[in-house]
Design a protein around this ligand. Structure first.
Ligand code: COA
Length: 430
């Protein structure tokens, strides 16, 4: 009989082949697109043209990651996302983002041990989660609360040196999968599953979420969860990352920064979109209805969930990877394949019409929900899974900024009166 690790290795091989194929297509299609010019030497002050929603604003410089929206490329610390997704453990990518380069065998071994050592969740957090009313409380609200509770339990939380905050970051990265899994199971009134300290971050997460013994998880599930975690780990100066940096820049504590970032990610214009994509596909319901639904959505100016991006004006590279993985997972499940077919048709229509007119393409959230659904995960848990991964980018970037910290403090243009006369309350009439 094959060992669990052998089964997982086979899964990784299958998934690598799919990603390598997607990467080849992406490179062939986009290699010649010119650089948009957001790389290279940088010093303040900088001249930029600003638009609503801080479009065009530059918050500083970073060595962590780069989104080339014209090509549809994503780099972490210089490495292309396709190469990382095809070849790495999520743990290697955590190390890369936090420490600046990929670990060697010994560094990775030690880092994995450290993460495993931090996995357990204090009982008081579980107690609080059990008291949160379900189902009307969104899991992201529960997650925000859990991180806040973890902060109250850490006597070192207010030490805002880079070393102390990095330690908090690693602990939170290790604990988040267990917290999210606990939220998922408490919502469904299921017994909590103890962490499996003998397996990878991705495997343990799936195991504690679904309750299936890791050995029973079909051989590509672990590999696909590993890839999904890698793809979501960092993404430029997005709304939640910026939120985390802004909060951390007041020299508060890392827990507060992560609580804020989770609150931001929850929104439907950001991480909350993945859950809504599934509702949208279910609402369409049938491949024959896609065209009519799309026509109506355009006529009523409805936002299409999982499409469009502030930075990408090309097909999102993470979507290029998740799309064939969603298809692979759906192959053995007619119900999932039905949803996949609807998604693929909508993707085609949007690319043909809105891609040409407005450069709107599918983003990471369009196919991630289909992947998670096929792994047996409920829609409401999709955005928390995003957080399990993005906490790496949040903390890496907050730590990078902390090294040369200056409090974030922009201004707004005042449009009110300048010289109003104060009228005593008894004489005010409205
Ligand atoms: C991601 C998002 C918030 C980016 O917002 P933004 O940079 O402020 O872009 P805007 O909302 O200004 O959109 C620019 C134009 O494209 C249109 N557009 C953008 N995303 C669209 C979408 N998903 N469906 C339909 N039209 C869209 C806007 O209506 C606008 O058209 P107009 O110029 O005719 O008014 C936006 O594309 C969106 O809401 N997408 C859906 C939610 C989602 O998938 N979020 C996850 C992002 S990873």
């Amino acid at each position: 009989m094959k060992s669990r690790d052998e089964i997982f290795k086979e899964g990784r091989k299958v998934v690598k082949k799919i990603i390598d194929q997607a990467a080849e297509t992406a490179r062939a299609e986009t290699d010649n697109v010119p650089e948009p010019g957001l790389t290279g030497d940088f010093t303040f002050p900088v001249k930029a043209t600003l638009n609503k929603g801080l479009e065009g604003a530059i918050t500083g410089s970073t060595g962590i990651g780069y989104v080339n929206g014209e090509k549809g490329w994503l780099l972490y610390r210089g490495y292309n996302i396709f190469d990382l997704a095809a070849n790495c453990d999520f743990e290697e990518v955590i190390y890369l983002l936090l420490y600046g380069d990929l670990p060697d065998v010994h560094e990775l071994e030690a880092f994995k041990k450290k993460l495993i050592g931090y996995r357990s969740i204090p009982e008081v957090v579980i107690d609080v989660l059990k008291k949160i009313p379900t189902p009307h409380t969104h899991p992201m609200a529960a997650l925000r609360t859990a991180i806040s509770v973890l902060g109250t339990l850490d006597a070192t939380a207010d030490d805002c040196s880079v070393d102390a905050e990095r330690e908090v970051a690693i602990r939170l990265i290790a604990q988040l999968p267990g917290v999210v899994a606990a939220i998922a199971r408490i919502r469904e009134h299921k017994r909590l599953v103890p962490q499996d300290i003998s397996c990878t971050h991705a495997c343990n997460f799936l195991y504690t979420m679904t309750g299936e013994s890791p050995i029973d998880i079909n051989n590509i599930s672990e590999a696909i969860m590993n890839v999904a975690l890698i793809l979501h780990a960092d993404h430029g100066m997005n709304n939640s990352t910026f939120t985390g940096i802004v909060i951390n820049s007041s020299l508060t504590d890392m827990y507060s920064s992560i609580v804020g970032a989770i609150g931001s990610l929850k929104g439907p214009l950001h991480g909350g979109a993945n859950e809504r994509v599934l509702y949208m596909l279910e609402e369409i319901g049938n491949i024959n209805k896609v065209e009519e639904w799309f026509k109506d959505a355009r006529a009523t100016k409805r936002k299409l969930m999982g499409f469009g991006h502030r930075v990408y004006k090309a097909y999102d590279p993470r979507g290029r990877v998740l799309k064939p993985l969603a298809k692979k997972l759906a192959e053995d499940h007619p119900d999932f394949m039905k949803l996949y077919d609807i998604a693929e048709k909508l993707d085609d229509l949007v690319c043909k019409k809105l891609g040409k007119e407005k450069r709107i393409f599918p983003n990471v959230d369009f196919y991630s929900g289909l992947v998670y659904r096929s792994l047996g995960i409920k829609s409401a848990m999709f955005t928390p899974i995003f957080a399990v991964s993005r906490i790496v980018g949040w903390t890496a970037r907050a730590l990078e900024y902390l090294q040369t910290n200056r409090i974030m403090r922009p201004r707004a243009v005042y449009t009110g009166d300048l010289k109003k006369k104060l009228i005593p309350i008894e004489k005010r009439k409205k």
